[in-house]
Design a protein around this ligand. Sequence first.
Ligand code: SAH
Length: 204
Amino acid sequence: MVDTQLEKRGIRDRRVLSAMLEIPREEFVPLESRLFAYQDAPIPIGEGQTISQPYMTALMAESLELRGSESVLEVGAGCGYAAAVLGELAARVTTLEIVPGLARQARENLRRTGRDRNVQVVHGDGSVGYAQGAPYDAITVAAGAPDVPAALVEQLNDPGVLVIPVGAMDDQELRVITLRDGHVESRVPTLCRFVPLRGGEGWK
Ligand code: SAH
């Protein structure tokens, strides 16, 4: 996976590549999907949700430019896989999940794989962020938003990076928004297709 799906497509950050070698992805997908855990595609994880394609998880993690000391917010824990990868790359991760059954599953997967030391799963609506832990050096959103929620920009540290899919319900652009010295810059490394962001600042 790391060689053919990630390095060949241009993922360069050695820390991201080794985190993805380290985290056992098969431990995060449902039992019946274990055989397909390393395939080049999203996989259903129940409740109509999916675990992202490995390349997308790597690209988003790389875009955050983590060095190890950061506090990270993830919106959309799903099964907890991306949170585990981020936990390898940063000091602290808080991940929000709106579906209670998935929040439980993510918590359980992180505990079983020994990744719960610096990764906290919170059941709640992450479309408005999580003010209790703000500011965050990096914020990543694993569901497609109609617009960039203002609360997420407000909860970003300066300097900080926010990665978020924005656009229509079934097809978005991945935006990488960088805040530095009060100045905001945005780039779009790729188009993408995420499940819809729900909640107050998501799709009604
Ligand atoms: N991070 C996961 C992918 C999760 S898929 C991975 O490791 O691959 C997106 C998740 O976002 C789904 O579980 C969905 O339930 C959740 N979600 C959607 N809207 C949300 C919101 N407003 N707050 C928190 N979670 C949300």
